[in-house]
Design a protein around this ligand. Structure first.
Ligand code: DP6
Length: 363
């Protein structure tokens, strides 16, 4: 027999970034972060546990090869966008599935088939949508019915940013201090529990859903330094790292205030500053990490220029050369046109606020 489920998750773009771990194996961050889940950059993943393969078979697969290659020791198979993956990618997925096996008691090998709406290598396909979808699909396939908070904790163990992709719109990942206390939640529930009211009859959820991200594609090549390595290097060697972590606390506080006021401009200003701060910590690491290309700088200036023309647009960047632009949903088309005018040769696309993770199919 087999147990199977399919789930889909959107990527998220951080407004207040997660950059650095306090615990590398559980993925506990040094600071809390805030993100916007966006549509159009998603992963759909089908997980099947092959329960007709006994755990004895599993063990023999585990030990049959002495080769240190993960493909030889993993009982699982991984196909991303039609391509079979082994080595590092499979190892990371298999370790994640081990958590599910431990939780559920289903000690069977699994096959994982994943599709991204943007190609895996495009520099935009994210570990956030991938591990959020995997957490939901694998737990359901194993017969577990986990609540969002538990799913968020689980997704976090695969990739930190994935903890936030469980939710629609704006999500806050509370740093916490251990596995049980480090999870994301919708900003609306955070504001509610803080007893904060949201401006003019709009809920924090509605405010989040009225935001958009415009992606300016600079390069679709795989990055030379992974975010995992770059953030570790920043923690260990950047003289700015301590003040970066302090500024994240201030930025998150201001961002939450901006949301509670329904103030897109205030949120945009914090978002842009926080992104530059994160890049400052990696540029001052040893050896430095510089994701920026000449075209990146051109795009950053174009965003400034669009803003000077009176439109609400604020840049943010992650661990790569691509530039993302925060704007209100209402202004998105105008901002997009203004950017295309200034960079006619570039791929520029609008991504509206998106939904959280969902189960598509289960049997
Ligand atoms: C720059 O979540 O990819 O996008 O936890 O090591 O898998 P791991 O890192 P990952 O890092 C994301 C870093 C970022 C900022 C953010 O999304 O908050």
């Amino acid at each position: 027999g087999s147990m199977q489920a399919t789930a889909s998750a959107n990527a998220n773009i951080a407004l207040v970034k997660y950059w650095g771990k306090a615990d590398e194996s559980l993925i506990i961050p040094n600071a809390s972060s805030l993100s916007l889940t966006v549509d159009g950059l998603s992963t759909t993943t089908q997980v099947t546990f092959h329960t007709d393969t006994s755990s004895r078979d599993l063990k023999s697969i585990h030990t049959s090869e002495e080769c240190s290659d993960a493909s030889a020791t993993s009982p699982d198979t991984l196909i991303i966008d039609g391509e079979r993956h082994q080595g590092k990618a499979l190892h990371r997925v298999s370790s994640f599935l081990d958590r599910i096996r431990e939780l559920s008691g289903i000690h069977a090998p699994a096959s994982v088939i994943s599709h991204n709406t943007v190609p895996y290598a495009a520099g935009l396909a994210s570990s956030a949508s991938a591990f959020a979808a995997l957490a939901a699909a694998a737990s359901r396939a194993a017969g577990l019915n986990l609540d969002d908070r538990y799913l968020s904790r689980l997704a976090r163990c695969g990739s930190g940013s994935a903890s936030r992709s469980i939710y629609a719109g704006l999500a806050v990942w509370q740093a916490g201090h251990d596995d049980a206390t480090s999870y994301a939640e919708p900003i609306a529930s955070l504001l509610e529990s803080n007893g904060e009211s949201v401006a003019a009859g709009r809920s924090a959820h509605d405010f989040g859903m009225q935001l958009a991200m415009i992606v300016i594609l600079i390069s679709d090549k795989k990055k030379a330094v992974s975010s995992r390595v770059a953030m570790r290097r920043s923690v260990e060697t950047s003289p700015l790292y301590g003040s970066w972590i302090q500024s994240c606390t201030d930025d998150l506080q201001q961002a939450i205030t901006a949301v509670s006021r329904g103030d897109v401009e205030m949120l945009g200003v914090v978002t842009e500053r926080n992104s530059y701060g994160m890049h400052a910590t990696m540029m001052t690491a040893q050896p430095p990490v510089l994701y920026w290309q000449p075209e990146t700088v051109e795009a950053l200036h174009a965003v400034e220029d669009v803003r000077a023309s009176g439109l609400g647009a604020w840049s943010t960047m992650d661990a790569g050369p691509n530039v993302k632009v925060l704007t209100s949903a209402q202004d998105a088309v105008h901002v997009c046109e203004a950017l295309r005018e200034r960079m006619p040769q570039r791929d520029i696309h609008i991504h509206m606020a998106g939904e959280g993770v969902r189960i598509l199919d289960q049997h």
